[in-house]
Structures are given as C-alpha cells and as structure tokens.
Design a protein around this ligand. Structure first.
Ligand code: PLP
Length: 449
C-alpha cells in the first residue's frame, strides 16, 4: 500500500487561511488550529503526526460500522465505474436506489415508500413538507404548524433549524421560519419537579395536550421528535413517554415524524429506536448510520396511507433534490446495512452501551458531575458548577475548550462543551475500548475541574 507523507505545518497554515469550519469557535480555532485526520481503523483514527485517537464520537455520531471497511470503498468504486449518476426525478431510477428502498421497507415495515436525500437536514425538510402536502391534499391546508421540542436538534437548513430547539443554533440567524412551536424536552434532570417517572410522563403528556388545545389541532401538521434527543444533550425519554405521546397525536390527527438520524441503524440497541421504544411513526427521517458516513445519504420513509394520498391523480410531487437517491450512496448504504446485519452490531451497541452507562455513572460522585444519561452507544455526562442548584458553568471559564484539549491530549475525540461530554462511539467498540474511553474522560475531568 502507498505510504503518504503529510506536511502537518503546511496543512495547518492552509486550514487557517481557507477553511470555514462549521460549529466551531472561529476565533479560538486560530489559536488551537485543526487536528488533521488521515486514516482510520476500527474505532480509531490517526492524525498527520502519527498520533492515534479513540473515535469516541464515531465521526459525528455516524461511523457505525467503524473505520477502514474497504468493502464499502469497493462497492462505491464499482457503482461509479458502471453508472455514476442518474436521478430519481421524472420517474427514472437505478437498481441500488430501488434495492435500498426495498431493504428499508423490510427494516421499517410500517413504511411502504422511501425518498432519499444527502443528509439529516434535507430529510427533515422533506418530512416536514410531506406532512404539509399530505394535509393540503387531504383538504385541510390549514394544518401546517410543526410541533417540536426544546433541546431538539433536527439540522440547520431553514425548516429543520426552526424545528431545532437549541437556542445557540438560532442566535443571529433570524428571522426563523414561522409556524414552529415547542414542547418541553423529556429531560428528568432539568424538567422533573420531583415527581415519579410515571407522573413526569403524565406531566409531559398533559403539557402536550395543553399546547395542542391552545394552538388548535386543526392548525398542526406534525410533531417531530428524536426518539432519544442527541445533539441537544442526549436525552433518553422516561419510561412510557412515547406510549403516552403517540395516542394524543393520533387523537388530534397530528402526524408523528420520528427523526432517527442518530438513533437509526443500531445505535440504541435495535436497528431503529422505534423498535427500542415500541412505537411507530407516520414518517421516519434517517441519515448518518445508513452509510456509516462513508458517503453522504439520508432519506425518509412514509406509511402506505400517506403514500396513497401523495399519489393523487392530478398532481406532480414537486419536491426532491438532485441527489434524492444517488446510486453510489445507495449502493454503499446497502453494503453498510449488510455489515450491520452480518455482525448484528445493534447487539454490541446494547451490551457496550450498558457498560458505558455503568462506567459513566461511577463518575457521578465527582463534585462537578451533575447528571449522566444514555441509551445504547450514545451518552452524555453533564457538569455543573453547583450540584444543588444545577447551575451551569459560566462560558467565560472555557470549560468546554479545556475538556476538549485534555481529552484529545490523552488520545480521545469526544464532543466537549461547557456542559460536559457526549460520546457516541462506533458500534463495533470493544469492552477494553469503552473502559479506555471512560478512563480518559475521568482523567480529563480531574484535570479541568
Ligand atoms: N437530525 C438529527 C437527530 C441529527 O442529529 C442531525 C445531525 O446531527 C440532523 C438531523 C442533521 O443532519 P445533517 O447534519 O446530516 O444535516
């Protein structure tokens, strides 16, 4: 194999001169510079200097099958050489797109039809527009509002941004798209006023009813929710949450959009979190793990009932992206799902997820650890300045940057911010690697706080 030599200094200089990094403090980046990653194997990635890191965040919650799967590269190469691109517009198709839709209809049998995109935000835009289109074609064009939740993360395009419930993503990007409303996040640590878990669920259900009454069910198209909230802070719902929410939505004829962009393809211990939590959405959006990040791909699935309305005789469905079904991406998606199934990686996610949560919970005795939570291989550790009041640290203290530096120094890439750590490693992670990850997090915490 070819050995490549990287000029770290030059890459650093060029990065600072020309790369506009997303979700990065651009001012601080000028001081810290990039880590430039060049190679990956399993749960680890290597930078230009030869240093290896445990990829505690699986890229961006997406490299589910781990790094270095050359069979995925081979599948992409073959499809590119055979037929690199044809659209799915105007009734055209290619075999990998059709085969992937068939595969997904087997994995999500409550959905009959699928449309593809290039990522999560595009998938949620598609889901939101399908919900509105469905009601418009059903003779109820006034049902347009989208009911989301605080702490939700649905992407940064204008519709998905408005559905996102994390204020930092909204600031200075206004005006936001109108017609979005928010319920509480099902986060017991912050929102449960001392009730039992069942009473907390009842409280959230009552709030939902109250919002629907206030707004008018006849104005609401859909409720969008991540089965486990992810980027907003990893919030596994309390027991019975989805069972309490779904009948309320059904009663008021509000479609349920499950955003499985992170939770899909094994992360919560089943192939989809709708199986983990025992509910079925009208529309499911997905991305990330469908190709384990080897190539961009996302999409949505809809029920047969929705499809039948969309397939009205006298209208074209005027929605779609150039890459609504890229044949190379779909071929990689199929091969990636084959790996997930062959190695039953959702089972490892369940087992290693329990270990991860147990090990993180040991850190709850730390004087500044306020809360630990997780489901499968997604978990968060929240730090607070004061455990009694749950007060968060002043951003001026730069806790996030310090935790990031401390953990990277020790060879771990995790998501760090002023409220703590989030981790979501590849689903292939080993027992020893989970221990290594938590040990580094513990040492980093001790160094910074
Ligand atoms: N939905 C969820 C639940 C996500 O976590 C993300 C990204 O992290 C998105 C949507 C947006 O996906 P993308 O960044 O591919 O647009």
């Amino acid at each position: 194999a070819q050995t490549l030599v990287w000029d770290t200094e030059k890459l650093l200089e060029q990065d600072l001169a020309h790369l506009l990094h997303p979700v990065t403090n651009l001012h601080r980046h000028r001081q810290s510079g990039p880590i430039v990653l060049v190679e990956g194997k399993g749960s680890r990635v290597r930078d230009t200097t030869g240093k290896w890191y445990l990829d505690g965040f699986a890229g961006l919650w997406n490299v589910n099958v781990g790094h270095g799967r050359s069979e995925l590269a081979e599948v992409a190469r073959e499809q590119m050489a055979r037929l690199a691109f044809q659209p799915t517009f105007f009734g055209l198709a290619t075999p990998p797109v059709i085969e992937l839709a068939v595969k997904l209809s087997e994995l999500l049998p409550h959905h009959s039809h699928f449309q593809f995109t290039s990522g999560g935000a595009e998938s949620n835009e598609t889901a939101i527009k399908i919900a509105r289109y469905y009601w418009s074609l059903s003779g109820r064009p006034q049902k347009t509002k989208i009911l989301s939740r605080r702490m939700a993360y649905h992407g940064i395009a204008m519709g998905s941004l408005a559905a996102t419930g994390v204020p930092a993503y909204h600031a200075d990007f206004g005006p936001l798209a109108p017609g979005f409303i928010y319920a509480s996040a099902p986060l017991a640590y912050r929102n449960n006023p001392g009730l039992s878990e069942a009473e907390f669920v009842a409280m959230l259900a009552a709030e939902l009813e109250e919002i629907i009454q206030r707004e008018g069910a006849e104005t609401i198209a859909a409720f969008i929710g991540e089965p486990v909230q992810g980027a907003g802070g990893v919030v596994p719902p309390p027991k019975g949450y989805w069972q309490a929410i779904t009948p309320i939505l059904k009663k008021h004829q509000i479609l349920l959009i499950a955003d499985e962009v992170i939770t899909g393809f094994g992360r919560t211990g089943q192939m989809f979190a709708q199986q983990t939590y025992g509910f079925q959405a009208d529309i499911t959006s997905f991305a990330k793990g469908i190709t384990s990040g080897y190539i961009p791909l996302g999409g949505v699935g809809v029920t047969r009932e929705i499809f039948e309305v969309l397939a009205t005789p006298d209208r074209m469905f005027m929605h779609g992206f150039t890459y609504s079904g890229h044949p190379v991406a779909c071929a990689v998606g199929l091969a990636n799902i084959a790996i997930l199934e062959r190695e039953r990686l959702w089972e490892n996610a369940a087992v290693r997820g329990e270990q991860l949560l147990r090990r993180l919970q040991e850190l709850e005795t730390h004087p500044f650890v306020g809360n630990v939570r997780g489901k499968g291989l997604m978990a968060a550790l929240e730090v607070v300045e004061d455990k009694a009041s749950k007060k968060t640290f002043d951003p001026a203290r730069g806790i996030g940057g310090k935790l990031q530096a401390a953990s990277r120094k020790r060879g771990l890439i995790a998501r760090c911010n002023d409220t703590g750590f989030a981790v979501a490693p590849p689903l292939i992670i080993s027992e020893a690697e989970v221990d290594e990850m938590v040990n580094i997090l513990a040492e980093s915490l001790d160094e910074v706080l």
